[in-house]
Each structure stands twice: as structure tokens, then as C-alpha cells.
Design a protein around this ligand. Structure first.
Ligand code: MBD
Ligand code: FE
Length: 266
């Protein structure tokens, strides 16, 4: 199909669907005007990436995932920043000296479809902090915080020390948040890690990983949770676990989670 044919077909079909729904719901001129004002505000507030990635990216991603046979993917979302610091595994993500939150060690192996480990592959990881804030997009965390390109070791393994992210709440002040309030929905995504995994000769994988037992796994506002992306969180007991005292050895609130990535060939 030529580009022009596909453009006309897809856009024509989407516009027809929207027009049908306008008829179905007898949308009024008042409603049309407020929708138009709202769309203008989305642009003015710079929320097109947020709005589109929350409400539509999951559908595009699900279609793309059907064309892969390695690890399943997940939406990229609006908060990726290329060029994060490069670190060799094992490593600790760049963080503040007083980074809030509970310690998490995330580890695993990057392999090809045959199960052969891929040394020197890159786990480009980014996440919200323990308040649900992403560096570069929220004033609190400094640039580069909780972001890195982690290189796997000679066994294809990575071991990344970080903190548990909090669930993410779509900001209520912006037009996306205001629309969610107007509809009576909720603003939350379950806590998650983002990653792009890259290796020479392999298709890059964009994914997210979630944590069993967390909130919003069943009603992610972005509709992006897949059961195979939910990790078990193992709590590693502190050395003073016997007497039940907390905070004596720095190991309390220390969690581990594991996941192996399998990359498709290009
Ligand atoms: C996020 O953190 C996110 O990952 C997505 C997809 C949308 C909004 C915020
Ligand atoms: Fe996110």
C-alpha cells in the first residue's frame, strides 16, 4: 500500500469513527467547544505525550508485541530521556545521597531466543523515585536521577541497586488530570520500572516491570499491565531479624526482584 493510500484509509476510518460517536452521543456545540479548548490546553501544557501514551500507546504496543517472540514489551510512556549515564553491572543507579525509599536490587540475565547469554548488552533503565517523581520532568530529583545505561557482565547478567518506585499519579493540575477528574476516573499507574534492552544484532525491547502485591495492578490508568511483567518482590531479612528490631544494620527494607530478558533477532 502506498503511504498516501494508507494515510487516507486509516485517518478516514478514525474520523468516521469519531463522527459516528458524536452522533451516537448527540454531542452539543457546548461540548464541542469545551473539547476544542481542552485540546488546545493539552498542547499549551506540553501534555500531548502524556495524554497519548496514557490512553492510546497500549493498543499500538499490544499490536507490536504480537510480532515478537522473545520477552513481551510494554509501553515506553512519556518520560524516557536518551543518553543516561553508562555503568557496568553490578551498579547502583545515580541517586541522591539521601535518596528516599526502600532499597531494591533488580537482577537477571539478557539472552537471545536460544537462551544464549548476551554479554555487553545494555539495560537502559529509568524509574520514578519513592514519591513517584521522574527526573527531568519534576523539579525535585536532579537530572539523571534513577536513570542509567547498564552494561551486562561477561555472563550477560545485570545487577542494579536502586530504590522501590512509588505508584505514579497523573498530575491533577494539568489538562490530562483535569479530564480524569471530570470523568470521575482515577489518576494512578502501579509502581513500575521502565527499560529498553539493546544488544548488537537484536531487536531493542521496550518494557516495564511491575511488583506483585502493589496497588493499581488491576486498573492501571494507562492500561499497560501484563501478568507476565509482574515481578515477585523478595524481602531480604536484615541481620537483626531475630529480635525483630528495625534499622540497626541498614538492610531493613531491602528487596530483590529478578527478571530475564529474551531478545528477538533483528
Ligand atoms: C508514566 O510513568 C508512564 O510510565 C506512562 C506510560 C504514562 C504516564 C506516566
Ligand atoms: Fe512510568
Amino acid at each position: 500500500m502506498t503511504t498516501q493510500q494508507r494515510t487516507a484509509e486509516v485517518l478516514g476510518d478514525i474520523f468516521a469513527a469519531v463522527n459516528e460517536r458524536i452522533v451516537k452521543h448527540s454531542v452539543t456545540y457546548e461540548e464541542y467547544q469545551s473539547a476544542k479548548d481542552w485540546l488546545i490546553r493539552i498542547g499549551e501544557a506540553g501534555e500531548w505525550p502524556l495524554f497519548l501514551d496514557v490512553f492510546f500507546e497500549h493498543t499500538v504496543e499490544n499490536l507490536a508485541s504480537q510480532r515478537r517472540s522473545g520477552s513481551t514489551g510494554c509501553i515506553e510512556g512519556p518520560y524516557y530521556v536518551p543518553g543516561a549515564r553508562q555503568l557496568d553491572s553490578p551498579c547502583t543507579l545515580p541517586q541522591r545521597p539521601d535518596e528516599p525509599g526502600e532499597k531494591l536490587v533488580f537482577s537477571g540475565t539478557v539472552r537471545d531466543l536460544d537462551g544464549t547469554p548476551l554479554p555487553g548488552s545494555i539495560v537502559d533503565i529509568w524509574q520514578a523515585d519513592a514519591y513517584g517523581y521522574y527526573s527531568h520532568f519534576h523539579p525535585d530529583p536532579p537530572d539523571g536521577n534513577l536513570r542509567a545505561n547498564v552494561r551486562t557482565d561477561e555472563h550477560g547478567r545485570f545487577e542494579i541497586t536502586t530504590v522501590l518506585p512509588a505508584p505514579y499519579e497523573i498530575p491533577k493540575e494539568g489538562p490530562t488530570g483535569a479530564m480524569i477528574i471530570a470523568a470521575g476516573w482515577h489518576h494512578w499507574r502501579p509502581a513500575h520500572l521502565h527499560m529498553m534492552v539493546r544488544a548488537p544484532g537484536k531487536r531493542p525491547l521496550t518494557s516495564q516491570l511491575f511488583f506483585a502485591g502493589g496497588n493499581y495492578l488491576d486498573d492501571d490508568v494507562a492500561g499497560a499491565v501484563k501478568p507476565e511483567l509482574i515481578l515477585r518482590l523478595d524481602r531480604l531479612d536484615g541481620q537483626d531479624g531475630q529480635d525483630g528490631q528495625d534499622g540497626q544494620d541498614g538492610l531493613d527494607g531491602h528487596y530483590a526482584a529478578g527478571y530475564d530478558f529474551r531478545l528477538d533477532p533483528v
